[in-house]
Each structure stands twice: as C-alpha cells, then as structure tokens.
Design a protein around this ligand. Sequence first.
Ligand SMILES: [Zn+2]
Length: 405
Amino acid sequence: MVCPVSLPPVGECACVELAEADLTMEPEGTNRLLQDMLARTDNEACADCGNPEPDWASLTLGVFVCQACSLLHRSIPHISRVKSIQDTWDASDVELLADLGNNVAKAKYEQNVPAFYYRPTHTDCKMLREQWIRAKYERNEFEFIEKQEAYTAGYREGFLWKRGRDNGQFLSRKFVLSEREGALKYFNKQDARDPKAIMKIETLNATFQPAKIGNPCGLQITYLKDNSTRNIFVYHSDAKMSDVVYQEMVDWFNAIRAARFHYLQVAFPGASNEELVPKLTRNFMKEGFMEKTGPKHTEGFKKRWFTMDDRRLMYFKDPLDAYARGEVFIGSKENSYTVLPGLPPTIQGYHWNHGITIVTPDRKFLFACETEAEQRDWIAAFQRVINRPMRPQEYAVEAHFKHKP
Ligand SMILES: [Zn+2]
C-alpha cells in the first residue's frame, strides 16, 4: 500500500481511511490471484471453444472463456454469470474462481463426452457453439449418460424440413436413422412404406450451413449414389425457433456421427478413436463462386458454385442444387496434380480477372475468381490437398473419376 499523499511519520498516515477501505478490497492481491489463474496452462485456452487467451470468466462455473463464448453464456444467466478480466474484480468474485478453473470444470461438466460427440471450435456456427455450452452446463448431458439417449441409441426418427429438389420449397419429411440398417432414410408421406431415399451411413456426411441454407440450424447432408455426390438440405423448426429445436438438430448431427463411428469401428477393427473421430463428419475446405470453361477451353466462362470437399471439387449451378454438374478429383503432386495462378495466355473471352489453372494427368481445368483474395484462398485450398500424399483408398476414387464419361 503506497500512501498517495506524502510519507508521514509512521502511525500518522493522513490517508488512513483510504488505506482501510483499500484493505477490504485488496485490489493488487486480487489481481495477482486472477493473473496467476490465467497463467495456468489449463486456462490458456477458452474452456468451450479452445480459442487461445480467454479474457472472460464465468464466476459461477469457474471457467475462463473467450469473448464470443461469454456472449453465449449470457443466454444462460441462471447458470453462468460472466465478467471480463479487464473489469475490476473484488475479492469475493476471485474467491469463487480460485479453486476452480478450466481443468476442474472439465472434470465435472465433460466427464462423459462420447468419443464421437462433436466439440465445436471458434470457427463453428453460433448454434453449434451455443448448444455445446447448454449441453454441458445447463442440461448436464455429460455428467449423466442416460441424458445422451437421443444420439447414442443407434436409432432416431423424427420430422425435419427438407428442401425440395425441383421447386426449392422446404417441406416436412419423416427421417429415420438406423445403425442396424446402416442407413439414413426419408419418406415423402408419413405412412409411406418405401423411403424416397436411402443414404448409406458408409458415405454419409453432415455439415451445418446456416448462411447457405438461410436457417440458423440448416444442415447439409451429402452421400454418394453411384459414386456421385448427392446433397440434401434440412432444418428443424417450430413456431418460435426455440432452444429445443436447436437441441434436436444438434442431436441429429451427433446421432449421424455416432452411427458413422460405430460403422467405422466395424470397418476398421483395431483403429483408435483418434484415427476414427476425424472421419465422422467433415466441413468443406472452401466454397464459393468461380467461373469455369469447358474441356476445349473455348466454350466461354460460366459462373458456378464450387464446393471443395476433401479431394472432390464439385460445381453446381445453384449452391442448393441436389446434384453437382460435375466433379473433379484433385490428387497429389506426386501424381502430377498442380495448381497455378493465372490462365494460359491464349485464353480469350469474357471472364473474371483472377485465373486459376489446375493441371491433372488428363487435362487442364481453368477457373476465374472475382477478386484476388478469392483467388488466393482457392489456390491455398487446392495446394493443401495437392501437398498431401494420396491414401491407398484414394487411388480407387481417382480411377473412378478417370472412367467417368
Ligand atoms: Zn470460446
């Protein structure tokens, strides 16, 4: 405690009242304790999304979180009371935190997270991040495994709004996921015996696409039929788009992951969870509009929606099309795949200014991006795939593409 006035004789401090008031707060000690807690390795990353250097804390839960997650904690004020670490902290607040921290909270709130359960990162959509926080702290789903029935049972049925292939209208459809049958099915009529589509768990993928679908819980489901990619777009809803709706949609997502996990455990006996979990679902590496020309390079450039899904580059007329107009396999540099900025100098005609040439063993694919930033991002995405050596099963996929008409 430094006396702000002057250095009086001992026992005669002119600011004795101020000093006493400060003693009850002990701001320096409090601050030090808070800084010590933040320096602990378990508190170096957000407890909920893993973002580095969290600068908020939940006093009631005893966790350090990033600002984005702190906003989601505000939606459960009865569970979590958050405060910025830049704020003034009094001793009682710090005391609440002192014995906790991210590791202690994790041992309680994440004690039984199934291996297949999706743990969102800061790049995931808000709904997914919010439901993870609610599942942990509000519903206590990972403390009591009986609360996980919705995605661990191996069977799930319910109604989802599915986008119609031809008219783009969303209609309520019955969906059934069955691990025993190895498939996700949907039915056009409630009492229909035959499903409209059978999507094998083997090739199923699901990824949340709120912006593209125009719904906060919009889910894109892809599967292979005759080796070509098919898309369906679904969401769940009720009159008020309540929390229950979001929870159910995330339950569907995790039920699909659970089914994929159990399928892969059988398909790859002896594989570790660390090997299988990244294969359960995947986000696309990049999506967006580019222009493309045909195999002769004289066809003129047409604007198309492109999706880079692992080694498959697909293009669509509309982002929500059920079928790709075409798919290009992107192999590795060892197998003579290259990506180059720009277009060959002989290429004429109207197109966007920022070209990309992909050289495959068979032909050159020419694309044009609207902006330099888009061109750079696409090249980086292609380069990442090309730099990665091909896995044995990817040679079979490549061979299929070569035999495509
Ligand atoms: Zn976070």
